[in-house]
Design a protein around this ligand. Structure first.
Ligand code: G3H
Ligand code: 13P
Ligand code: ZN
Length: 306
């Protein structure tokens, strides 16, 4: 199937009340895990490449992802994750990405809106959709006073103003999640009231970054092979499910795949010290990542929605 835009996938998701995963890739095996899972689950999917991934894999990685994505039958969008500049987004457009994120969330809101609008103008001219972000990702405690959370998290009024003036298609919101394997002690607090307030003012699909579940069983296996990881924690599946009913349509996952990859490679080295065939090291890691993507597609509700 030909690639589709991010908005094609996410508008259908928001209408249908389900979420779609954006999974980060850095190589062939991760890309295969994502796309094979999508095919087997009959699910739309977004394959995300960060600037770091592009620096690591260059045009070769882009070619792998584009070629493989065009061969599957389910809808796939190729997305630039956390694009840091206009130039970076233009490069992704030239590569043939069908979705770009311009992340100026660390700038003041006026600069953010202005820089996002520039990218929107260029991307929309070639039929590509745009994600933007307002607010700062980071864990907050449930008991913090509203003014403290407001200083970090996405303000509903500001989100509405931002979307109206930037023209972006979907919005990454700061609602308590954070990137990586350490998202706060215990079950991280997700500000569901805030998601609902934003969604009441912003009809566009909303995006949850930092959504990995960081499964405890994987963390234990990682540590059992000598890996070091203390007090890791991720977003509870029930929080993701609830967030989808509240307006989240795009759910970003990178850490879970990295953790699965590293854990299985460590296990192979530990249990088979004589093994040095890359296929026997990376193949099992690919299987584990594929199982994780499939399970998440069930949680998000995108399975069967292709
Ligand atoms: O949000 C960040 C993603 O996990 C990508 O991370 O920049 O290390 O590739 P990266
Ligand atoms: P995780 O670190 O929770 O996987 O989040 C990834 C992400 O948000 C990529 O943009
Ligand atoms: Zn992110």
């Amino acid at each position: 199937m030909a690639l589709v835009t991010g908005m094609d996938i996410l508008a259908a998701a928001r209408r249908g009340g389900y979420g779609v995963g954006a999974f980060n890739t850095n190589n062939m095996e991760i890309t295969q895990a994502i796309l094979e899972a999508a095919e087997e689950k009959d699910s739309p999917v977004i394959v995300a490449l960060s600037e770091g991934a592009l620096k690591y894999g260059g045009k070769d990685l882009v070619n792998i992802v584009l070629t493989m994505s065009k061969e599957v039958t389910v809808p796939v969008a190729i997305h630039l994750d956390h694009g840091s500049s206009y130039e970076s987004c233009l490069r992704a457009l030239r590569y043939g990405f069908t979705s770009v994120m311009i992340d100026k969330s660390h700038e003041d809101p006026q600069t953010n809106v202005k820089e996002t609008a520039r990218v929107v103008e260029a991307a929309h001219a070639v039929g590509v959709s745009v994600e933007a972000e307002i607010g700062r990702l980071g864990g907050v405690e449930e008991h913090v006073v509203v003014s403290e959370a407001d200083a970090i998290l996405t303000k509903p009024d500001e989100a509405a103003w931002f979307m109206e003036h930037s023209g972006a298609d979907y919005l990454a919101v700061a609602i308590g999640t954070s990137h990586g394997a350490y998202k706060g002690k215990g079950r991280p607090f997700i500000d569901h009231q805030r998601i609902k307030k934003i969604a009441a003012l912003v009809p566009n699909p909303l995006v949850m970054h930092g959504a990995s579940g960081v499964p405890q069983s994987l963390v234990e296996r990682f540590v059992a092979t000598g890996g070091e990881m203390k007090e890791a924690s991720g977003i509870h599946e029930d929080d993701v499910r609830l967030a989808v009913t509240e307006g989240i349509a795009k759910i970003n996952t990178d850490t879970d795949l990295r953790l699965a990859f590293a854990t299985v490679v460590r296990e192979v080295f530990k249990s088979k010290p004589k093994e040095f065939d890359p296929r026997k090291i990376l193949g099992p890691a690919r299987d584990e990542m594929k199982a994780i993507v499939k399970a998440r597609m069930e949680v998000f509700g995108s399975a069967g929605k292709a």
